[in-house]
Design a binder for this molecule. Structure first.
Ligand SMILES: Nc1ncnc2c1ncn2[C@@H]1O[C@H](COP(=O)(O)OP(=O)(O)OP(=O)(O)O)[C@@H](O)[C@H]1O
Ligand SMILES: [Mg+2]
Length: 264
């Protein structure tokens, strides 16, 4: 399941991280997996596609004063005109690049309303974009043109699922969206589910993990992301977990996830 090739040139492998349920670990997964892939020697770009901009804020990048944001990549009239050089930043860590969010992303449903091919804008922009091994798309927790673009662009969709009793709540919406898209896409969207915030001391978590493994089978990553306070500390410090606590359990789990992703 590698990246696509355009005119014989290998383009980045696009990983969308999505789940319409809020607070399940999408942003944490985008940033921590990006950190792990970067430490494994890959060139990585994170695109913050959530108008709330949590991934950007986590890395100390705020919309005020930005010359351009991820929204501008959607607004360019032609893919070749997407202003990548104005959008991409190298936040503090220097491990990977960022295409930051801004509130304008929330207006794209209206802005692109009458645009022909409005679902493939991001895919086309990425095909004409700068060279990376991986581009990670941190998706918003609601359905709309941005989420559709991310799913259409993705070579692999990663669905973080919090291992609690409402685990599957919200995934249903994502599967409805995917089913609708699969009807018109040349190939179905490839996906893997990722169990997050797993509390190994809680029996209920073990039951939910067993349920998820039963439901998703081989479409579930072997790696399970446990609860680790270092993620919140990293966010408060404006760092990725690998910088804050390289030896913590969470950093090790995302390193294993990066290996699984690379092996797919
Ligand atoms: N494995 C974990 N252990 C402990 N805390 C975690 C873990 N993963 C994420 N968190 C914390 O849970 C909160 C929600 O995580 P995150 O922001 O990644 O979720 P999200 O799915 O992106 O949310 P939203 O839908 O609002 O975009 C954050 O405070 C984050 O630091
Ligand atoms: Mg988020």
């Amino acid at each position: 399941m590698g990246g696509r090739a355009v005119a014989g040139v290998a383009v980045a492998r696009i990983l969308a991280i999505a789940n319409q349920k809020g607070g399940v670990g999408k942003t944490t997964t985008a940033l921590s997996l990006a950190g792990a892939l970067a430490l494994a020697g890959r060139r990585v770009l994170v695109m913050d596609l959530d108008p709330h901009g949590c991934a950007s804020a986590h890395l100390g990048v705020f919309p005020e004063g930005l010359a351009a944001s991820a929204a501008d990549l959607f607004l360019a009239q032609e893919a070749g005109q997407a202003p990548w050089d104005k959008v991409i930043r190298q936040p503090g860590s220097g491990l990977f690049d960022l295409a930051p969010s801004c509130p304008r992303l929330a207006d794209l449903d209206l802005d692109l309303k009458d645009r022909k091919g409005k679902g493939i804008v991001l895919r086309q922009a990425l095909e004409s974009g700068p060279g990376y091994d991986h581009v990670l798309l941190d998706c918003p927790p609601h359905t709309g043109v941005v989420l559709v673009n991310a799913l259409v662009a993705a070579d692999l969709l990663i669905i973080p699922i919090q291992t609690d009793f409402l685990a599957l709540h919200g995934v249903r919406h994502l599967f409805d969206t995917m089913r609708a898209l699969n009807r018109v896409l040349p190939r179905p969207i490839a996906y893997r589910a990722l169990a997050t915030m797993f509390d190994r001391r809680a029996k209920a978590c073990l039951r939910v993990l067993a349920l998820l493994r039963d439901k998703f089978g081989e479409r579930m990553f072997q790696t399970v992301i446990g609860l680790d306070t270092k993620f919140r500390e990293a966010s408060a410090a404006g760092k990725v977990v690998q910088e804050l606590a390289p030896d913590c359990r969470g950093a090790g789990e995302y390193a294993r996830l990066a290996e699984e992703v690379a092996a797919l």
